[in-house]
Design a protein around this ligand. Structure first.
Ligand code: G3P
Ligand code: CA
Length: 293
């Protein structure tokens, strides 16, 4: 009889634990699924919290997460020795104390550079001693630092000059278990101005949500056929906020695409984008637009 009671207690406790686990798991999935819900308005931290810290540094990304960004945006370049690093420009000139092209430099040389002092010099009102000597991070370092605590919105830059960039990106995502754990809910999104780069990724893994960036030079609203073509591999578009209006955004939304205008740092402009039907914005200043959530 006592044994039966004990067995019963073990069974009940086990059932309660299983129920709690399932409820917590369902909660996580709901949160992730919501990222790509068309009714959710996303705040994408453009180059991290780049209004208040040196862009594309671990500090900048951490600050963006602290502010409640839905995603940290990362521009990818490939070094001469084929390491993926977070840098916007083709050269290190603007955002470090060095000179030269990223593709012409090995990682060891890039690691010697100071990626923070330029920010202090250009923004004396936001300068901090801690930014001095900060390094350019590799993508691996970013994933090591934030793991699955962050959501990543990653851009392949100059992919035509960096053969194999897409394969390396997917290898790293896989290594850090950021693919299986998140698809297709949107833990990782990949963006590019290069349709070829996005299609290469789509061929390798069609579950990764992709965003087609549209060049500022193109002033016209793409035709329904063009939006349809984007929709064959991408879930949405990224386009300059200066270029889009309600008609543009509505046309894209009617084609089933998410729309993420860039770069919006003023609340009034963010409100306008949201009222026009945008499903998120790229912003340098998450704090300034956080009430849009
Ligand atoms: O990724 C969206 C937007 O960031 C594209 O412009 O030049 O800042 O990478 P850019
Ligand atoms: Ca970008």
């Amino acid at each position: 009889m006592i044994l039966l009671k004990k067995l019963l207690i073990v069974l009940v406790v086990g059932l309660i634990c299983a129920a709690v686990y399932l409820l917590m798991d369902a909660g996580d999935n709901d949160q992730q699924s919501a990222l790509l819900d068309e009714d959710v308005f996303l705040l994408i931290a453009h180059r991290g919290a780049s209004a208040i810290a040196p862009e594309h540094t671990l500090t900048s990304y951490q600050l963006a997460m602290d502010m409640g960004a839905d995603y940290i945006e990362i521009d990818l370049q490939m070094t001469k020795d084929r390491v993926l690093v977070a840098l916007h420009d083709e050269t290190v000139d603007r955002t470090t104390d060095g000179n030269g092209t990223v593709e012409g430099m090995n990682l060891a040389d890039i690691k010697k550079l100071d990626a923070g002092s330029w920010f202090n010099a250009e923004n004396p009102d936001r300068a901090k001693d801690e930014y001095v000597g900060i390094q350019v991070p590799t993508l691996e370092e970013i994933f090591s630092a934030f793991g699955d605590s962050a959501n990543y919105y990653i851009e392949t830059k100059q992919p035509d000059q960096s053969e194999g960039m897409e394969e390396k990106l997917l290898e790293l995502l896989d290594q850090f278990e950021l693919l299986e754990a998140s698809q297709p809910e949107g833990k990782v999104m990949i963006e590019s101005f290069s349709a070829d780069s996005l299609k290469t990724i789509y061929q390798m893994d069609e579950d990764i949500p992709l965003i087609q960036l549209i060049d500022n030079m193109d002033q016209l609203i793409p035709s329904p056929e063009t939006f349809e073509l984007y929709g064959e591999y991408a879930v949405g578009i990224g386009v300059s906020a200066k270029k889009v209006d309600e008609e543009y955004i509505t046309a894209a939304r009617e084609a089933g695409l998410l729309v993420h205008p860039f770069v919006v740092d003023k609340l009034a402009e963010g409100e306008k984008m949201k009222s026009c039907g945008a499903t998120g914005i790229f912003t340098n200043d998450v704090d300034a637009v956080s009430s849009l959530k």
